[in-house]
Design a protein around this ligand. Structure first.
Ligand code: FES
Ligand SMILES: [Fe+2]
Length: 410
């Protein structure tokens, strides 16, 4: 591709203004409360994958820390997957204590009220003392659940304002058939840090920092000569969601032969998996919604699902990041690395360990910087942040964030 610069989407190309962004959005408890009510209780929130509960009776328990919610997701006898608050109808105990399992009934450990896998209440010990309790009306409290691309989304509103497909606003159409299911093996790591969640959302929505903050980790493999600030290419917006193409540095030729070998072996690697392509399992390589420019040095497509997810498909797997606010100054980061299968040989095990370590190093750099950013913002010297023309997705996020806080329809 001769001149890549014409594909570097700028904020002005997306009709996004130049307004400074108040630091208050990142430091104020009042803004956090409004985010809980106006965003997280209204948006569809991704919490897992259908292949985590493949068989009738399979269940997982997930926390949604922003809403202090503890959720059971279970596949019923009928094959349907449902979500419930993990709270007993008797006196509120979080009755499902294992993080995952297979069962047809949940028994509360306090007084043994018994629930079926579909959430309905099946038995009350000493039922004669509860003549006022209608069993049919006292199952576990349901949460709206829908799926796209094998991902499970929840909606905590009494009635969702829009369907999941309406919420995804065309992102689901562009990525229809993207082969996430080819990569069922997942390693999941979580961590908590003292910073606002939007610091991390922003860090995953611009490449401007990569050559500086990730100088010793990502930069050599990723930042190409013709795009030194790693400007995202061909940015597209779908409602509040977006995609942008990120290159990788094909000139990368590490001095250490061991490193070259590791890069060639890594399970969720960027390099096209030629064997898999021959077998018709090309992963994301051939999907028309990914690398739409067909650049040769394609690295990843950064897919941002509002409000708190970044997905990065690679040729042979994908990375998944999720950023949960806990308060205005504390957040939980969840990183998942998906690949075709668990390591089967020592060689693959080494490659997976290397992938994990490399991902950890980069994410730790982002988290450390987000912490420093929080210290600086809370210090009170600055009232505003400034986003450049090369940070269009940060402007877009802020525009939609402000609109939802003001009550705009989802
Ligand atoms: S709180 Fe669950 S049975 Fe009493
Ligand atoms: Fe980063």
């Amino acid at each position: 591709m001769a001149d890549i610069s014409k594909h570097m989407t700028k904020a002005c190309d997306m009709s996004l203004g130049n307004a400074f962004v108040p630091v208050e959005y990142y430091t104020s408890p009042d803004y956090f409360r409004r985010e809980q009510d106006m965003i997280f209780r209204r948006a569809w929130l991704m919490v897992g994958r259908m292949d985590e509960v493949p068989e009738p009776g399979d269940y997982i328990v997930r926390e949604v820390p922003t809403l202090k919610a503890n959720v059971v997701i279970a596949r019923g006898k009928d094959g349907q997957v449902r979500a419930f608050h993990n709270a007993c109808s008797h006196r509120g105990v979080a009755l499902v204590c294992q993080p995952r399992g297979n069962t047809m009934t949940f028994r509360c450990p306090y007084h043994a009220w018994l629930y079926r896998i579909d959430g309905s209440l099946s038995a009350i010990p000493g039922e004669q003392d509860f003549p006022h309790v209608d069993k049919a009306a006292n199952g576990l409290a349901g949460i709206h659940l829908d799926t796209w691309g094998g991902f499970i989304f929840l909606n905590f509103a009494q009635e969702p304002e829009v369907s999941l497909s309406q919420f995804l606003a065309g992102l689901d159409v562009m990525l229809d058939g993207a082969p996430f299911e080819q990569f069922p093996f997942c390693i999941r790591v979580t961590d908590e840090i003292d910073c606002n969640w939007k610091n991390l959302v922003n860090a995953f929505n611009e490449g401007y920092h990569v050559a500086v903050l990730h100088n010793k980790t990502l930069r050599p493999a990723v930042v190409p000569k013709d795009n030194p600030h790693l400007h995202y290419l061909d940015v597209k917006q779908f409602g509040p969601h977006s995609t942008g193409t990120v290159q990788r540095n094909f000139d990368y030729n590490p001095d250490a032969p061991a490193l070259t070998w590791v890069y060639a072996q890594m399970l969720p690697t960027s390099a096209p998996d030629l064997d898999a392509i021959k077998q018709g399992r090309a992963g994301f390589h051939d999907h028309p919604g990914i690398n739409r420019l067909k650049i040769e040095n394609f690295g990843t497509e950064t897919i941002t699902v509002f409000p708190n997810i970044s997905i990065q498909p690679l040729a042979n797997g994908y990375l998944f990041y999720q950023f949960w606010p806990i308060s205005e100054r504390r957040m939980r980061t969840e990183v998942r690395i998906y690949s075709r299968h668990a390591p089967r040989t020592l060689r693959e095990e080494y490659a997976m360990a290397s992938t994990l370590a490399a991902t950890r190093d980069v994410v730790v750099e982002d988290m450390a910087m987000s912490r420093l950013q929080q210290i600086g913002m809370e210090s009170g010297g600055k009232t505003h942040q400034q986003f450049g023309q090369n940070e269009p997705l940060l402007r877009m996020f802020t525009r939609d964030y402000e609109a939802y806080l003001a009550g705009a329809a989802m």
